[in-house]
Ligand binder design. Structure first.
Ligand SMILES: C[S@@+](CC[C@H](N)C(=O)[O-])C[C@H]1O[C@@H](n2cnc3c(N)ncnc32)[C@H](O)[C@@H]1O
Length: 252
């Protein structure tokens, strides 16, 4: 069994805390395989909504980003779309980090076209290469769900934030619109994996996506996890009826 298919056939790595090294390796391998078609698949499969969700996330952080000298880090940055959206509002620096080099290389190519200069670092979100209390903003889009241990991820993101600094987690969530819910679930579980496989040419990742989302905490559970991790002013907003949700919080 290869590493990508092991993520789908053994279930999500997130429920398997003893297995972190192989899990991290399997996630990295999976994203390396989809990197060349990752952006295209995202935009097609979300009907372009992912672009609006990331822009809204950056807008929600704009007050902090606009402070002179602000330092924002987008973790699990992948091909850099959220980091680039943050850069648009930033009066300081934006850094993107990810542990998958082929994804970072795509981000680097896109960053070169943008004024301002995006800094990119290869690094694990569970062991961030930043000092305690050093960042104004930490963001993560569609990456938190992939971490081997959520609590450890929240602890690490909180560690590097300054007091009063902002955390933003954009992630798939639970659809709340009554009629749209069953339609969306049919699409997500039956159509998206086929179209995703067709676009990417790789069978595993787009089956892993709905599997991992169905095991992911819903809006309230994630808000509770943030409070338990010591974050204050925790709130969230749904996008497209809850297909995705943006959780915002501050380090007290
Ligand atoms: C679904 S992609 C999201 C990419 C990007 N944030 C976006 O909005 O499209 C998830 C990314 O998280 C990265 N990732 C997953 N676990 C990670 C970890 N522990 N440390 C660093 N990056 C990680 C993967 O390599 C991948 O690039």
């Amino acid at each position: 069994m290869n590493e990508v298919s092991s993520l789908t056939s053994r279930g999500s790595p997130l429920g398997n805390p003893q297995d972190r090294p192989s899990t991290a390796q399997a996630v990295r391998t999976m994203f390396a395989a989809v990197a060349p078609r990752y952006d295209l698949a995202n935009h097609v499969l979300s009907f372009g909504r992912d672009i609006a969700w990331r822009k809204a996330t950056a807008r929600a952080l704009r007050e902090t980003l606009a402070r002179p000298g602000s330092l924002a880090v987008d973790v699990c940055c992948g091909t850099g779309d959220l980091a680039l959206a943050l850069l648009h509002h930033s009066a300081g620096k934006v850094v993107g980090t990810d542990f998958c080099r082929p994804m970072l290389e795509r981000a680097r190519t896109k960053g070169r076209r943008q004024r301002g200069g995006l800094l990119l670092l290869e690094g694990d979100t569970l062991a961030l290469p930043f000092r305690d209390d050093s960042l104004d903003v930490v963001s993560v889009a569609f990456g938190f769900r992939n971490l081997a241990r959520y609590a450890e991820g929240l602890r690490e993101m909180r560690r590097v934030l300054k007091r009063g600094g902002s955390l933003a987690i954009l992630e798939f969530s639970t659809v709340r619109w009554p009629l749209f819910g069953p339609l969306f679930r049919f699409y997500f579980h039956h159509i998206l994996p086929r179209v995703g496989t067709w676009i990417s040419g790789i069978p595993g990742p787009y089956q892993y996506l709905p599997d991992s989302v169905s095991r992911f905490p819903d809006q309230e559970e994630l808000a509770d996890a943030l409070r338990e991790a010591g974050f204050a002013n925790v709130r969230y907003r749904n996008f497209t009826g809850g297909v995705a949700a943006l959780h915002l919080a501050e380090k007290a």
